[in-house]
Design a protein around this ligand. Structure first.
Ligand code: ADP
Ligand code: MG
Length: 715
């Protein structure tokens, strides 16, 4: 940066010269203090950053709401005159209150931070345009800290009838950088934008084919649209670009990795598979199970290393798919392992898979950190010598002391509990290629989202449940009706069924939660006394051996009720347990509720899920409980969940850049997403290394976006 830059605050405006990388301080109206704030609060460092701080909504400046027709909790723009102004309260509760009138009614405008200019300029009779959220406090309408400007009969700004609204936050607003303040910074920059200072970031052929406007124009129109059409054009262009590059980046990186990572070739399905498939299957596979096995085997014989995500609702039969894929590995001369997130789940899988394996004469063992001494040594020896074909375990399998003879496939259950780094540890266990990886998850999410979140994985979906499954009936009981719930439980036990009662356990309130569980347990003992009724109890703070004993009592049917924390969330399979009672259901997220519910409905009997909640519920909780009562479909639930919470809470969203989407919305813009994805695929298929000069802009953008490390690896 050369010296004179610092001297001219108006540099840009004087020279009509603009570069996106120019630090934000050089803009008129941004001094060192505001510059620091913009960096800290909005991550805006340069003029380019400011230009990508897009408005999140637009106000039609020519339209005003009437105070008499306001809607609570909605934003409105009003044209008012000040009737009265006064300060009330002392110290921290001091506030400035203006009564304003628009001819239809009066309302209160409140400020809790009082700037001198406010009290000076809000003189009685002055006319203002105010914009903000309207609330009704039971007596009168209120607006707090509105965006505002003095009304001028002939508006000076003829640029746009739509005024952009920018997000800012309290701190920026207190330094004059509320939405209007930000608009003031941006407005003089807009007319200076042209093809030179906003270089085109999409290839021309794409713009032409899709009828998209050029980048510089889109930037102008997204900030100061002159019409709806201009705004829509700008949004279409910028949304496409944003989603297109997300996909291009992911597909490109995947292709690069595939080039690098050759995989073991499982050319046949093998004798074990054939034998099991034709003579030992306990049930006919569903069409979906067959399809995903084909997809998976296709990967494993391709010569490339597989990285595949298997999605399927709870109870869709992922375990059998995993087992069949594992014996394909064995039939090709390799070992296979399955890794589960908890001891309980690993043990369950080991039992199921051990039984299947027995029938075709294969060995399968369980390995966890609790299996020690001689027993462990024997397992490790067999594993290293290749006598052990299949192994099921927890993350203990990743330890350095676990040495495989020739691991070919690793199945990972419930991906969200395993870090990517842990997956990498597996790779050190095999030579010359990394093992094939199959990740199974029961948290179904919409495909577009999955493609983005798990960008490095191919995706298979089991979209069909085994036949004969009865819908689980889901009921909601409030605490006041607890007696009815107990009565229901008693009836079900009389019919010979078993019952789960689950309590939430979250780390922050672990102690309280455990108390809650223990009180619940004691109450239960009074209602269901020994020896007629037997109750098991399991929670994370118990010794593993005690836990195991209690679980076994329930699994073998010798206890009627299992009281547990969410340790049973994943995987436990007791077909005779047909009632799931979830205590404090309002404290669970939707996907967790769905997981828990999936523990029942596995036997022949009608199953029930009872959601117990406190008597008073928040709006969000009501929505969640209603969703659960309305549907059993995991995909529908996942979508409702995303709608309620937004994708920000989903595991993996951070890395994917999804929550930083600036214009596009992964759900609303799914059509644009599909188009962007199709184009990204098509372009990379024809020009995998982006060497065609027509695509040079794509290559440059990728380098810029990603600072892609692996470029150096391509020769
Ligand atoms: P999840 O996908 O939740 O892991 P599981 O693999 O535990 O589901 O399967 C749930 C239950 O359904 C198990 O008892 C399993 O034996 C059974 N099952 C799996 N596939 C089928 C099928 N094709 N037909 C009938 N029952 C099946
Ligand atoms: Mg499972």
């Amino acid at each position: 940066m050369t010296f004179p830059f610092y001297f001219s605050q108006n540099f840009i405006l004087l020279n009509q010269d603009l570069s996106l990388s120019t630090p934000i301080e050089y803009l008129k109206g941004v001094g060192p203090q505001r510059g620091e704030l913009l960096r800290k609060q909005l991550n805006v460092h340069s003029i380019g950053d400011l230009l990508t701080h897009f408005p999140f909504r637009y106000v039609d400046k020519t339209v005003f709401s009437s105070i008499s027709q306001l809607v609570p909790n909605e934003y409105a723009q009003i044209l008012v005159s000040v009737v009265n102004i006064e300060e009330r309260g002392m110290g921290r509760s001091k506030r400035l209150i203006a009564i304003v009138d628009d001819g239809t009614s009066k309302m209160e405008i409140l400020w809790f931070k009082i700037h001198r200019w406010l009290s000076e300029s809000l003189v009685r009779g002055s006319k203002w345009i105010m914009y903000g959220k309207c609330e009704f406090n039971g007596f009168r309408w209120q607006m707090i800290h509105p965006d505002m400007e003095v009304y001028q009969a002939q508006s000076t700004s003829t640029l746009s009838k739509f005024e952009p609204v920018y997000s800012n936050g309290e701190i920026l607003a207190s330094k004059g950088l509320n939405s209007k303040g930000i608009l003031k910074l941006i407005t003089p920059v807009i007319p200076l934008l042209n093809e030179k200072n906003i270089p085109e970031s999409l290839p021309n052929y794409l713009l032409e084919k899709l009828g998209l406007i050029p980048s510089w124009q889109a930037f102008r129109q997204i900030h100061l649209p002159k019409s709806i059409k201009e705004l829509e054009d700008a949004q279409a262009r910028l949304k496409f670009e944003e989603l297109f590059y997300i996909r291009l980046k992911i597909i490109f990186a995947k292709a690069q990795r595939a080039q690098l990572n050759k995989g073991f070739i499982f050319s046949k399905s093998g004798d074990f598979f054939q034998n099991y498939f034709h003579h030992h299957l306990p049930f006919a596979l569903t069409g979906a199970q067959k399809r995903v096995i084909k997809e998976i085997h296709g990967d494993m014989m391709s010569g490339k290393q597989m990285n595949r995500l298997l999605q399927g609702d709870v109870g869709s039969g992922k375990t059998m798919v995993a087992f069949l894929c594992m014996i394909i590995a064995v039939g090709n001369g390799f070992q296979a392992c399955l890794m589960a997130p908890t001891e309980v789940l690993a043990a369950q899988h080991a039992t199921a898979i051990g039984n299947y394996a027995d029938s075709i004469g294969l060995n399968c063992c369980l390995l966890t950190s609790n299996i020690k001494g001689k027993e462990r040594n024997a397992i490790l020896k067999d594993l290293a010598e290749g006598k052990l074909h299949l192994i099921v375990g927890t993350h203990a399998l990743l330890e350095d002391w676990v040495v495989f003879n020739n691991l070919g496939l690793c199945v990972i259950d419930e991906q969200h509990r395993f870090g990517v780094g842990q997956r990498a540890k597996l790779w050190e266990k095999t030579k010359p290629h990394p093992p094939h990886i199959l990740v199974m998850t029961a948290t179904p999410i919409p495909r577009t989202l999955a493609m983005t979140l798990y960008g490095d994985l191919d995706i298979s979906i089991i979209d069909e449940l085994p036949p004969g499954r009865k819908e689980i009936k889901t009921l909601h009981f409030k605490d006041v009706h607890r007696g009815k719930m107990f009565e229901f439980v008693r009836q079900q036990i009389e019919l010979g069924r078993q019952i789960y009662i689950v309590y939430p356990l979250i780390e922050e309130s672990e102690k309280l939660d455990l108390e809650n569980l223990n009180t619940g347990y004691e109450k239960l003992l009074q209602y269901f006394p020994l020896p007629q009724y037997r109750i098991s109890i399991v929670h994370g703070k118990m010794k593993p051996t005690d836990k195991h004993t209690e679980m076994q009592r329930f699994v073998t049917g010798s206890s009627h009720i299992m009281v547990a924390t969410t340790v049973i969330e994943v995987g436990v399979n007791v077909p005779n347990a047909s009632v799931m009672i979830i205590e404090n259901a309002e404290r669970f997220g939707l996907s967790q509720l769905h997981q828990l519910r999936g523990r029942v409905g596995r036997g022949a009997d009608q199953s029930y899920c009872i959601l117990m909640t406190s008597d008073k519920l928040s709006k969000d909780s009501v929505a969640r409980i209603k969703t659960m009562c309305d549907t059993n479909d995991g995909f529908k639930i996942a979508e409702a969940d995303l709608e309620l919470r937004g994708p920000g809470d989903l595991e993996g969203t951070k890395q994917s850049g999804l929550i930083e989407l600036k214009v596009a919305n992964i759900f609303e813009d799914s059509k644009i997403f599909q188009a962007a994805n199709a184009w990204a695929e098509k372009i990379l298929e024809k020009d995998p290394n982006l060497e065609n000069p027509l695509n040079s802009v794509l290559k440059q953008q990728l380098i810029k976006l990603e600072k892609i490390k692996f470029w150096s690896r391509i020769s």
